[in-house]
Ligand binder design. Structure first.
Ligand code: SF4
Ligand code: SF4
Length: 79
């Protein structure tokens, strides 16, 4: 089963540089087409399912605006 994750973008800090979009291996981030943040940028957002929680986007974001959440796999029961 593929890993599952999601991200939250702190829109206040996003400057729409596009680095997270460029580096996301799943291609699931885009700039909002209809929203602006307080600085006048279209903030990045998750646009579809498929995030694996790999964390690459948060590593490349120069504003540290992305928080990644990763689903925890169930541990097998001990006998
Ligand atoms: S955690 Fe990985 S898969 Fe998910 S949005 Fe960020 S770069 Fe893409
Ligand atoms: S890398 Fe960070 S600042 Fe750049 S578009 Fe993505 S969330 Fe915004």
């Amino acid at each position: 089963m593929p890993l599952k994750g999601r991200i939250e973008v702190n829109e206040y800090y996003c400057k729409a540089c596009g680095l997270c979009i460029e580096h996301c291996p799943q291609g699931v981030i885009a700039l909002s087409k209809d929203r602006f943040n307080a600085k006048g940028y279209h903030p990045a957002e998750l646009i579809e399912a498929g995030c694996t929680g790999c964390g690459i986007c948060t590593i490349v974001c120069p504003e540290a605006a992305i928080t990644v959440y990763r689903a925890v796999k169930d541990k097998p029961e001990m006998a």
